[in-house]
Design a protein around this ligand. Structure first.
Ligand code: SAH
Ligand code: SF4
Length: 355
């Protein structure tokens, strides 16, 4: 059996694992500090941890399981990493620079079973969930890259918007969040983390009940069931009414604003009529709602969709504003390097198949 990454354990899990193996509690804190603050990549580098403990850790865990396959840098400072997992699968992670800090977009699954009609990630069915360690490792790899650059920068924001449906890998997602939020480690504030879902309503309730105060984004993309089912087949099982109820629950319980993601697809969902419907639909959540209007990143296999005209985007924005809904047009990052969800990975896989 391949050894798992130690990054997958929360501090509580590491503490109880070490104490089950005869080590005192404070040892876990020491190891944790080496992992997340001093950021060693080998157990042997934990110089004040006793040799018995180092040997035990070496026998049972590894720190790194991902290896860097490709790294692409964009003119705007965006970096896209393609990592190889231990089983040879490839996943994507993107680092973006903003005025407010530095964010990382992580992948949660190898492929995605939701299969939305516009998305490159859904082209390949899910072959497996990522472990929580593999998700934490993506952040750590980016952080280690920054450390190596010597610019004293840290990852300040995290978006769970890479390949996969995070709520279809719920337990590992929660573990991952606990690890990166932990004050004693990376200490990324919950309010600076956003999880995006295609709308698994049951999990939205569960997620709310964790009281983690992590932001939630919903991939809505259409204001009525007919259109949403056409674009996202998940809507057949979980229609908009069911989704809206779960969103209301999140907003009421957390008092946090919810983000609605809406990709603008030319002549499909970008008419004034849809903007008005969307405004009416979301008014029950207002002002605790925020619409992100997303320019579509064309995907070769989904040639039925094109990016909306600039005028349609502006008109859509104006209509929503007039309806009193907060919204913004998402700024794009790294379009010159296939930074859209799943694109680099699917291109690499196609290339490998063609060889
Ligand atoms: N599965 C989750 C999270 C990953 S997708 C979800 O669907 O929310 C993250 C976001 O990228 C979603 O809002 C998704 O709709 C969007 N997206 C997918 N393909 C895209 C494309 N080609 N162009 C623009 N946005 C895209
Ligand atoms: Fe999966 Fe999200 Fe892509 Fe839909 S948009 S196929 S849920 S990754």
């Amino acid at each position: 059996m391949k050894k798992a990454s130690i990054y997958g354990l929360t501090i509580e899990q590491l503490t109880s694992w070490l104490s089950d193996h005869g080590h005192k509690k404070s040892r876990a804190l020491q190891v944790w500090d080496w992992l997340y603050r001093k950021r060693v990549t080998e157990f042997a580098g934990m110089t004040d941890v006793n040799q018995d403990c180092i040997q035990l850790l070496n026998e049972n865990f590894v720190i790194q399981t991902l290896s860097q396959h490709i790294k692409q840098e964009s003119a705007d400072g965006t970096i896209k990493f393609l990592f190889k997992l231990q089983d040879g699968n490839l996943i994507e992670t993107v680092m973006m620079r903003h005025k407010y800090g530095l964010s990382v977009c992580v992948t949660t699954q190898v492929g995605c079973n939701i299969g939305c009609s516009f998305c490159a990630s859904g082209l390949l069915a899910k072959s497996r969930d990522l472990s929580s360690g593999e998700i934490v490792e993506q952040i750590m790899n980016v952080q280690l890259h920054l450390d190596q650059m010597g610019q004293d920068e840290t990852v300040s924001h995290v978006v769970v918007m890479g390949i996969g449906e995070p709520f279809d890998n719920f337990e590992n997602l929660l573990n991952f969040l606990k690890v990166i939020i932990d004050q004693k480690g990376l200490a990324i504030a919950a309010r600076r983390i956003t999880v995006s879902t295609s709308g698994l309503a049951n999990k939205i309730y569960e997620f709310t009940d964790t009281q983690m105060q992590v932001n939630l984004a919903i991939s809505l993309h259409a204001p009525n069931n007919e259109l949403r089912t056409q674009i996202m087949k998940i809507n057949r099982a979980i229609p908009i009414e069911t989704l809206m109820e779960s969103m209301k629950y999140y907003v009421e319980k957390t008092n946090r604003r919810i983000t609605i993601e809406y990709i603008l697809l030319k002549d499909v969902n970008d008419h004034k009529e849809e903007a008005e419907q969307l405004g009416d639909l979301l008014s029950v959540l207002s002002p605790k709602v925020y619409v992100n209007l997303i320019p579509y990143n064309p995907v070769d296999e989904h040639s039925q969709y094109q990016r909306s005209e600039h005028e349609s985007v502006l008109a859509f924005y104006d209509t929503l504003k007039k309806k009193g809904i907060n919204c913004k047009i998402r700024q794009e990052h790294g379009t010159d390097i296939d930074a859209a969800c799943g694109q680099l990975r699917s291109k690499q896989i196609k290339k490998a198949e063609a060889q």
